[in-house]
Design a protein around this ligand. Structure first.
Ligand code: B12
Length: 215
């Protein structure tokens, strides 16, 4: 039964039908499927297919925009459910999160923020296309335990390195841990730029964040 929901959800993103994505998500939740499963098995595969079709020239920018609209509509339903499931009482730490300068991809970063909040972290989400100076200014003001940097483009990944350098120049690097992620980001890239942690997905981000605050 749930396989059927996942296939329909995935297809609704590929077909560019945000209302259907919303309805199937609603149906999946009503059928008792866990929100994270809906994301992993229904929505992310759809976004990946759309991305691949864009790479191969079959889809164009409006197709990406409409798929993102569908995923965001689904997230409106899923986010409160994710938060409800893990209501951690103790504060696990403070995280500043943002997508780096030049990059407006928001969905993955926001999902990481939701999962961190659901697991007790206080999250300051600075949004997308965040200037390097803004990260430094907010880090000085908020004194977070961790800064999380998202990048979805190979051309903007370099700004993760720039934020790390700017933190060092501001004398903040040894006080704040940095974790990086986003589709093109790898563990070896994280090591190369001197980040403290890397995770492939939102649950991984929670695990890394927990490890980083306990160090
Ligand atoms: C939706 C989408 C868009 C939407 C974004 C809308 C929005 N509000 O977010 C729009 C239409 C705006 C867009 C624009 C562009 N896009 Co786009 N987009 C995508 C697409 C299809 C899906 C991204 C997504 O939301 N995935 C779902 C989420 C849940 O996954 P995620 O973002 O990867 O996040 C997860 C992990 O990466 C990780 N994570 C993410 N952030 C962080 C941070 C930390 C700290 C950690 C630990 C983990 C972590 O956890 C998340 C949850 O599991 C991808 C294809 C793909 N397969 O990724 C292309 C893709 C990223 N886009 C691409 C391109 C080329 C572009 C454009 C340049 C197109 C153009 N010609 O204009 C522009 C760039 C705009 C800009 N300046 O940023 C390419 C990038 C190629 C590259 N390697 O550089 C991709 C890969 C498509 C492709 N195959 O060609 N895009």
């Amino acid at each position: 039964m749930s396989q059927e929901f996942f296939a329909k959800l995935t297809q609704s993103l590929v077909d560019g039908d945000p209302d259907a994505t919303f309805e199937y998500t609603k149906g999946a939740l009503a059928a008792g499927i866990e929100p994270m499963e809906i994301i992993k098995k229904g929505l992310i595969p759809g976004m990946n297919i759309v991305g691949d079709k864009f790479s191969s020239g079959e889809y164009f920018l409006p197709d990406l925009i409409i798929a993102a609209d569908g995923m965001q509509k689904a997230m409106v339903l899923l986010e409160p459910e994710l938060l409800k499931r893990n209501q951690a009482v103790e504060s696990a730490g403070t995280v500043i999160l943002g997508t780096v300068k030049g990059d407006i991809h928001e969905i993955g970063k926001s999902l990481v923020g939701t999962m961190l909040s659901a697991n007790g972290f206080k999250v300051h989400d600075l949004g997308v296309d965040v200037a390097i100076e803004t990260f430094i200014q907010k880090a000085t003001e908020i004194k977070p335990d961790i800064i999380g940097l998202s990048a979805l483009l190979t051309t903007t990944m370099v700004n993760q390195r720039e934020v790390i350098k700017a933190l060092a120049n501001a004398g903040l690097r040894n006080k704040i841990k940095v974790m990086v992620g986003g589709a093109p980001v790898t563990r070896s890239w994280a090591e190369e730029i001197g980040a403290d942690g890397y995770a492939e997905d939102a649950m991984g981000a929670v695990q890394i964040a927990r490890q980083l605050v306990s160090k």
